[in-house]
Each structure stands twice: as structure tokens, then as C-alpha cells.
Design a protein around this ligand. Structure first.
Ligand SMILES: C[S@@+](CC[C@H](N)C(=O)[O-])C[C@H]1O[C@@H](n2cnc3c(N)ncnc32)[C@H](O)[C@@H]1O
Length: 236
């Protein structure tokens, strides 16, 4: 198995969030995604505009529950129902531990393709849809749109591909440089890239906008963008 950084090992095309990764996940994602904590902070601040005391908010692919933890702290007077889903039991265990002080937060071990989303005011998907097989992705966007109350928000943060080959080359190099600056070795950077083959499939900005529009969203704005990472806010 190749080294991919932070004591994580993975084979070619075999990246997984299962196992011991949950112990080092928070550090790994902060180093791997530029301005990760700024994005997380922005998501929590944007939640102010959508959540009131009887609201339901879903976090799809919650990992260790960091985003819902930030929202729970920020919205502590509203007692909003916050529900995180992740298919990895070790992630859900960490997320429950992290959010234990907030009785309004539930962490559920489930595949997001199998869950029924109840009417809600905010859905968050941060760097998760890129791991949903392209053949299932539109269905997920359709379900999110259908579950949102009118005026509800969908915060979609993703790795995105560039609009053409020249830009993609530049963005890939900038991103590799970023990882090197974060302390990942060339072997780890290549090992991670190899491990994600066929597992992570980012769409372009336009590809994500097309998914959102086909689902029914008309009002969409980019709220975060850095090199190959983008955050969209779509309002029903
Ligand atoms: C990159 S991490 C998300 C990080 C997290 N949203 C955050 O910002 O801290 C992707 C997560 O999505 C989960 N995931 C991927 N596909 C899933 C699926 N079909 N159902 C449930 N969880 C899924 C993985 O287990 C992983 O924890």
C-alpha cells in the first residue's frame, strides 16, 4: 500500500474513509483542502439565514461531524434539529462523541443513497457528492431539491474541474504545490492521487450548475472559490 499522508495508506483506486482514518481525518482534510476552515466557518455563518427553531438541517457525508458541531454551537439558542449522515461507522462514532453535548444533533450511520430526507430548511454537502457515483448523482440532487422547503438552501462544496485542459493543467499544478507546502511528500501526493482513481469524480463548475438546475434550483451563487474548490449556495 502507498503512503498518502498523515499515516494513512491506500492502494491504487482503493481510497476509503473506513478504518483508522477517522482518528486523523480532521487534520488530513484541513491540509488537503485549501481554506477548509474558512469554508466551514462560512457554512456555519450562512446557516443563520436558513435555520429557525423548528428547522431541520441535514449534513450529507458528515465525517467527524465538524460542520454540524460548528452550526450547533452557533445556533445553540435555536435548538434546530441537525442530522448528519455518513456510511462509515468509525466516522459516525467520532461525530457522536464530538457533538455529545448537543441533544438536538443526531448522527446516523447510513448510505445517503438510501435515506429519505424529510422536509428541511438547509442541506449541506461538503466534499461528499464528488464521491457519489456519477450515475447516482442527479438522483441525489433531485431528492435534495424535493426535500427542501420553499426558500430552503443547499450548500454544496466540491472539488471542481476546470473548464478546459489548459486551466485544468494549471489548477492541478497549483493544487500539488499546495499539498507540498502543507508538508505532504511527492510520494504521498502521488499515492493519494492514485488511490482516488475511480472513487472521487469531481465535476466542473458548469457540471455542478447543470446538476443543480436540472434538479430545479433557479437561484444559485458561488459563495467560495479557490483554485479547484468551490462552494455553491442554491436556494429553492
Ligand atoms: C471528504 S469527506 C466529507 C467531509 C465533511 N463533509 C467535512 O466537510 O468535514 C466525505 C465523507 O462522505 C462520506 N460518504 C461518501 N459517500 C457516502 C455515501 N454514499 N453515503 C454516506 N456517506 C458517504 C464518507 O464516508 C466521508 O466521511
Amino acid at each position: 500500500m502507498s503512503k498518502v499522508g498523515d499515516e494513512i495508506h491506500a492502494d491504487n483506486g482503493s481510497w476509503t474513509f473506513a478504518g483508522d482514518i477517522s482518528n486523523v481525518f480532521d487534520a488530513h482534510i484541513s491540509k488537503s483542502i485549501p481554506h477548509y476552515s474558512d469554508g466551514e466557518d462560512l457554512i456555519a455563518k450562512i446557516s443563520d439565514f436558513f435555520l429557525s427553531k423548528d428547522s431541520v438541517c441535514y449534513d450529507l457525508g458528515t465525517s467527524t461531524g465538524e460542520i454540524l458541531f460548528q452550526i450547533a454551537k452557533r445556533q445553540k439558542n435555536k435548538k434546530t434539529t441537525l442530522i448528519g449522515f455518513d456510511c462509515v461507522p468509525e466516522m459516525i462514532a467520532k461525530a457522536r462523541e464530538k457533538c455529545a453535548e448537543f441533544p438536538n444533533v443526531s448522527m446516523i450511520e447510513a448510505d445517503i443513497l438510501d435515506v429519505t430526507l424529510e422536509p428541511c430548511d438547509l442541506v449541506i454537502s461538503a466534499y461528499t457528492m464528488q464521491f457519489v457515483k456519477p450515475k447516482n448523482r442527479q438522483m441525489m440532487f433531485d431528492r435534495i431539491y424535493q426535500s427542501l422547503n420553499w426558500g430552503g438552501g443547499f450548500l454544496l462544496f466540491e472539488k471542481v474541474r476546470a473548464p478546459d485542459a489548459r486551466f485544468q493543467d494549471m489548477m492541478s499544478i497549483l493544487y500539488s504545490n499546495h499539498k507540498a507546502e502543507q508538508g505532504f511528500s511527492p510520494e504521498e501526493i502521488l499515492g493519494k492521487t492514485d488511490s482516488l482513481k475511480g472513487i472521487q469524480e469531481p465535476f466542473s463548475t458548469q457540471g455542478n450548475l447543470d446538476l443543480l438546475r436540472r434538479a430545479g434550483f433557479g437561484d444559485i451563487m458561488t459563495v467560495f472559490k479557490y483554485v479547484c474548490f468551490e462552494g455553491f449556495l442554491a436556494i429553492k
